[in-house]
Design a protein around this ligand. Structure first.
Ligand SMILES: [Ca+2]
Ligand SMILES: [Ca+2]
Ligand SMILES: [Ca+2]
Ligand SMILES: [Ca+2]
Length: 416
């Protein structure tokens, strides 16, 4: 059972320490409250005991009203040692998501747990949640609400289906480890890149990927039959990361510089019909260019496809979705419209068709190939808290969205 279902999601709670609540009622009330709390009267109206917790720290206190021993934690604590059943007040001066639970190892037992949002400030348990006073036995600390709820720093996706063998080339992408099922790559907190094969057995590829401003993939580009990744760094250099067929990469190879002028970039499969996979990119003037793959991991001279693409905020190399065996392209415009551009197999597109519904720019779209195992490409969309997949029907149309996996909506998350 996910931890989330066990968490008591309490409303945001900010700085309701006893002395502060009393102070709002005026000096006399504040003095009375402070006397009840047993704090010194001389500094009652000016001293904030929760200020013992330094800026940027998460602090717990032994006594009510931020008194007694104080400790700071920056990582999850499955057990609390001396602090077990001794936390009476706390302050979160960090951007971290925190839950305190009354059992060890992030379990709840009799009373429950407390959800503390980032920069929540001071909470006096003894005053505000007396049933939670002196009960906590573990603390989970996370960089996103998702990680706090699910206990993993990556999105654990599950792929129930495998793809049929003998698919046309236009359907052969999205599978980094060659098991016949599409995989997900996720860049998560700290620039960590996770390989998520859909069977609960993902692994960390490495960190430092937050230096990349674009990450795309669509099958094999260097001719070894194993899916690769292209990444553009902050200096505008495009790199090929050759996949090793197991969810890792061989040392990267520089493709070239100057790619910072591109507003959008997508790996799209073979658009010009030579059997080699290609890239497309939109430049700052809104021109869409075809970069024909040469089968060795880099590209022949680019070819202009057409202008007017400056409003597009997402390009999606979905493979063939209309059943003609030629790779197609999906693009999202700034008016929340989504369009299917059917590839003509000669390097450009037939007449586009518009999807129904609204497609906001802040919701990620990602194409990982055939999710459902029917041989037709699908694509995914991250809604707040949940991603959904749209099943390709093979005629250029798609199913209604179907729930896929819990979605980490943190700003640093990028799935592809
Ligand atoms: Ca390859
Ligand atoms: Ca090609
Ligand atoms: Ca097609
Ligand atoms: Ca499918």
């Amino acid at each position: 059972m996910p931890i989330s279902s066990l968490l008591r999601r309490l409303a945001p709670f900010r700085a309701r320490a006893r002395w502060k609540a009393a102070a709002a009622l005026g000096g006399a009330a504040a003095l009375t409250a402070t006397l009840l709390a047993g704090a010194p009267t001389a500094t009652a109206s000016t001293y904030d005991p929760s200020s013992r917790c330094p800026a940027g720290k998460f602090c717990v206190f032994q006594s009510p009203d931020f008194g007694g021993q104080m400790a700071t934690f920056s990582t999850s604590q499955p057990t609390l040692g001396w602090w077990d059943n001794r936390i009476s007040s706390l302050v979160n001066n960090t951007g971290l998501y925190i839950s305190l639970l009354d059992g060890p190892n992030y379990t709840t037992q009799h009373v429950g747990s407390l959800y503390v949002s980032p920069y929540n400030g001071a909470i006096d348990l003894n005053f505000s949640f007396s049933e939670l006073d002196n009960v906590f036995s573990s603390i989970r600390i996370a960089h996103s609400d998702f990680e706090l709820s699910y206990g993993t720093p990556y999105m654990d996706w599950y792929r129930p289906d495998s793809r049929p063998s003998g698919l046309p080339a236009a359907a052969q992408f999205g599978d980094l480890n060659g098991d016949g099922r599409p995989d997900l790559l996720e860049r998560a907190y700290g620039g960590k890149l996770w390989f998520l094969p859909g069977d609960d057995k993902g692994h960390l590829i490495g960190a430092g990927w937050d230096s990349m401003t674009k990450l795309v993939r669509h099958g094999d580009y260097n001719g070894d039959g194993k899916e690769d990744v292209f990444a553009r760094d902050k200096n505008g250099v495009l790199w090929l990361y050759p996949g090793n067929g197991k969810g890792w990469f061989a040392p990267r190879v520089k493709v070239g510089g100057g790619w910072n002028s591109m507003r959008q970039l997508a790996a799209v499969g073979d658009l010009n019909g030579d059997g080699r996979r290609d890239l497309v990119a939109v430049d700052s003037a809104g021109v869409l260019w075809l970069y024909p793959g040469n089968g060795h991991g880099w590209f022949a001279p680019r070819v202009k496809i057409g202008g007017g693409w400056s409003g597009m905020n997402a390009l999606l190399g979905v493979g063939d979705v209309n059943g003609d065996g030629k790779s197609d392209l999906i693009a999202r415009d700034s008016a929340r419209g989504l369009w299917l551009y059917p590839g003509n197999g000669r390097g450009w597109f037939g007449a586009r068709t518009k999807f129904s519904a609204s497609w906001p720019s802040d919701q990620q779209l990602f194409a990982t190939g055939d999710i459902t195992g029917d041989g037709v490409s699908d694509f995914d969309r991250g809604f707040p808290g949940q991603s959904y997949y749209y099943q390709g029907l093979g005629n250029g149309k798609f199913s209604n969205p179907m729930a896929d996996m819990p979605w980490d909506g943190a700003g640093y998350v990028w799935a592809f």
